[in-house]
Ligand binder design. Structure first.
Ligand code: BDR
Ligand code: CA
Length: 308
């Protein structure tokens, strides 16, 4: 399968993405970087250890990521969406989180173990850890095959402010830096992921047929917690909660089921109402904005996604 270095902030959809990856033959997680975001970094570490032990995947290194954004601000955690430990109401026991956590410099060791162009980076949390990696180790940055980012909101509302999405808004400086290093990246934004619902029937099916007894037991309370938040906030009836991070991870193997459009992209880093907004120049003109161009997802074959 495709080798993935997975950067996450271990909320519920991050957890589901990792669990999905463990069951997906076409994806091999080579290491996980756990940063702050939905929850504090320390809790994200506990959660990552817990999920790894559930999957009996102790051979997969967990690397400590960033604890705060480059803005210097205290992060805004969202336990009301994800729970304190990113598992809804569930708190992982001390016993379930034994195991080693590598320090950040371990990313070098990791890249040494693989050939150039072997590793995909998928980042589904704030971008602070990945930006740090790019600054510290440009030589390894060049060895990455492709970078996929769940983040941004284009021509549509944000989820933190009217125009900004959480992973970008949480550290717009990091996001700006990453998108200007000169490598075109794949961006899977909120306006696409918000339609990647997990319907109740599918949740019931997973709950019943999941081969892992603990995931089976965990799944429903986690799903209900996450869905209840979205239901309580939405003015429209929702078929289920959105699996942002699962879709972003799946898009590396989705082929034409996720459609990308190459466009100049910019992150607003000036403090103010538009802080953290992503601007894509999708105009059908020859003289587009001179921001660096990236591949921005514009659509998904939802039934295929759900099936997988
Ligand atoms: C993104 O922010 C987090 O809440 C989710 O885990 C997802 O990565 C959605 O805006
Ligand atoms: Ca996330």
């Amino acid at each position: 399968g495709k080798k993935v270095l997975f950067f996450a902030d271990f909320g519920i959809d991050d957890v589901l993405a990792l669990v999905y990856a463990f069951f997906e033959e076409e994806i091999d997680i080579v290491a996980v970087v756990t940063g702050y975001g939905n929850i504090p970094r320390e809790n994200a570490k506990r959660n990552a250890l817990f999920i790894r032990s559930l999957a009996n995947a102790e051979h997969i290194p967990i690397i400590e990521g960033a604890s705060k954004p480059y803005t210097g601000k205290v992060p805004d955690y969202v336990p009301e969406i994800h729970g304190d430990y990113g598992l809804g109401p569930f708190i992982p026991s001390e016993a379930s989180q034994q195991g080693r956590i590598e320090d950040f410099h371990y990313v070098r060791t990791l890249f040494h173990q693989y050939e150039e162009d072997d590793i995909y980076v998928v980042n589904v949390g704030r971008l602070s850890s990945l930006a740090t990696f790019f600054v510290l180790y440009p030589e390894y940055r060049e060895r990455i095959k492709d970078v996929y980012i769940m983040g941004g909101a284009f021509l549509s509302p944000g989820n933190v402010t009217p125009v900004a999405e959480a992973n970008i808004h949480g550290d717009p400086y990091a996001a700006h830096f990453i998108l200007t290093v000169g490598k075109p990246m794949f961006i899977v934004p909120l306006n696409v992921t918000q339609y990647a619902y997990l319907p109740n029937e599918t949740a019931e099916y997973i709950k019943q047929y999941c081969p892992n007894p603990i995931i089976k037991q965990l799944f429903k309370p986690m799903f209900d917690y996450y869905f209840n938040f979205y239901k309580s906030k939405s003015t429209e009836p929702l078929p289920g909660p959105p699996l942002h991070d699962v879709l972003a991870l799946w898009s590396i193997i989705a082929g034409r089921s996720v459609t990308f459009n190459k466009a100049p992209v910019k992150v607003v880093t000036q403090e103010g109402e538009a802080f953290g907004q992503t601007i894509g120049d999708f105009r059908q003109v020859k003289d587009k904005a001179d921001y660096p161009a990236h591949y921005v997802a514009i659509g998904v074959d939802y039934p295929t996604f759900l099936n997988r």
